[in-house]
Write a protein that binds this ligand. Structure first.
Ligand SMILES: [Zn+2]
Length: 273
C-alpha cells in the first residue's frame, strides 16, 4: 500500500512535458561582445600554459579535450627529470621516493599531453632570469631542457619560451639569452596577450577572464598567443589551481569573440613532427 501511494505520488512528475536541456554554461554572446566591446569579426587565439607539469595539468587537459582546443605548453625540464630522485630513493630516502613517484606521474601527464595533440615546448630547465645568468649556466639550462624533453617536443624547430619573458622583451639590451635559445636550435615564442593569472590579485571571480577579453577586444583588439599558467615553478607539484579550476567556465565566453587555433596557425615555419 505504501509503495502504491509513493508510485501515485510520482505520477505528476512523470507526466511533465519533456523540457529542452538548457546548458547553463553557454553565455549570451551578444551581451558578452557588448560588455567587452568586441569587434564583429572573431579573433584567432592560441592558449598557452607555462610552468608545468603540475598536479593541475590533467585538469587543464580535460578541459581542452572537451572543448577540442589544441593548446601550447612550455614545460620546465626539472619537473620531468626523475633522475633527480632515483639515487636517493634507491638508498632508502623516503622523501626522495615520494618525489620520484610524483615525478613519474608528471611524466605520464606529459605523455598524455603529446598523445592528445598539443604543442609542447621548453620553458628551460630552471625558472631563472636568463638575461642575468652567467654564459655557462645559460647554455646549460637551455641545453639540459632540450635533452630532458627530447622525446616530447612536438615541432621542428622545437619551441621555447624564456621564463618571465626575460631575455625576450629586453633582448635589445641583453641579447645573450635569445642568442642562446637560437644556438640550441629553438624557436622562441613570446605572447600577444597575457591572462596575468600568476598575479594573486587577479585570482578572484572573473578578473583573469576580463584581462584576456579586454586585451582581445578593446580598440581594434589583438589576436595571437595568450599566456596562462598550469604550474607553479616554486613548488614541486602544486599548480595554479585557480586557472585550472575556472578555465572551463571562461572558454565559452572567450569563444564568443575568438576561434581557438593551434600555434602553427601563427607560426608557419613550424613543422609538426
Ligand atoms: Zn614561467
Amino acid at each position: 500500500m505504501k509503495l502504491l501511494k509513493m508510485w501515485i505520488g510520482l505520477l505528476p512528475l512523470l507526466s511533465l512535458p519533456l523540457m529542452p536541456v538548457v546548458n547553463a554554461a553557454q553565455p549570451n554572446c551578444a551581451k558578452v561582445k557588448a560588455t567587452y566591446q568586441c569587434p564583429d569579426v572573431k579573433k584567432k587565439i592560441n592558449l598557452s600554459f607555462d610552468d608545468g607539469i603540475s598536479d593541475v595539468t590533467p585538469k587543464v587537459l580535460d578541459v581542452l579535450k572537451r572543448e577540442k582546443i589544441q593548446g601550447t605548453f612550455f614545460i620546465l625540464g626539472n619537473k620531468v627529470d626523475c633522475s633527480l630522485y632515483e639515487n636517493s630513493c634507491k638508498q632508502g630516502n623516503e622523501a626522495a621516493c615520494k618525489s620520484l613517484n610524483l615525478c613519474k606521474q608528471r611524466v605520464s601527464t606529459l605523455n598524455r599531453m603529446k598523445r592528445e595533440g598539443h604543442t609542447i615546448g621548453s620553458h628551460s630547465y630552471h625558472h631563472d632570469r636568463h638575461s642575468e645568468l652567467p654564459a655557462t649556466k645559460l647554455q646549460w639550462n637551455i641545453q639540459k631542457s632540450k635533452i630532458i624533453l627530447a622525446d616530447h617536443l612536438t615541432t621542428e624547430p622545437a619551441v621555447f619560451r624564456l621564463p618571465f619573458g626575460d631575455g625576450w622583451f629586453n633582448q635589445k639590451a641583453k641579447p645573450q639569452a635569445m642568442e642562446a635559445v637560437k644556438r640550441n636550435g629553438f624557436e622562441h615564442i613570446g605572447w600577444e596577450m597575457t591572462a596575468y593569472d600568476w598575479n594573486v590579485d587577479y585570482q578572484n571571480g572573473d578578473k583573469i577572464l576580463d584581462n584576456v577579453m579586454n586585451q582581445m577586444c578593446s580598440g581594434k583588439g589583438r589576436q595571437g598567443v595568450v599566456v596562462f599558467h598550469d604550474g607553479d615553478f616554486e613548488k614541486e607539484h602544486e599548480g595554479r589551481a585557480f586557472t585550472a579550476n575556472n578555465l572551463a567556465r571562461w572558454i565559452p565566453t572567450i569563444r564568443c569573440a575568438a576561434d581557438f587555433v593551434p600555434l602553427t596557425f601563427f607560426k608557419k615555419k613550424l613543422r609538426v613532427k
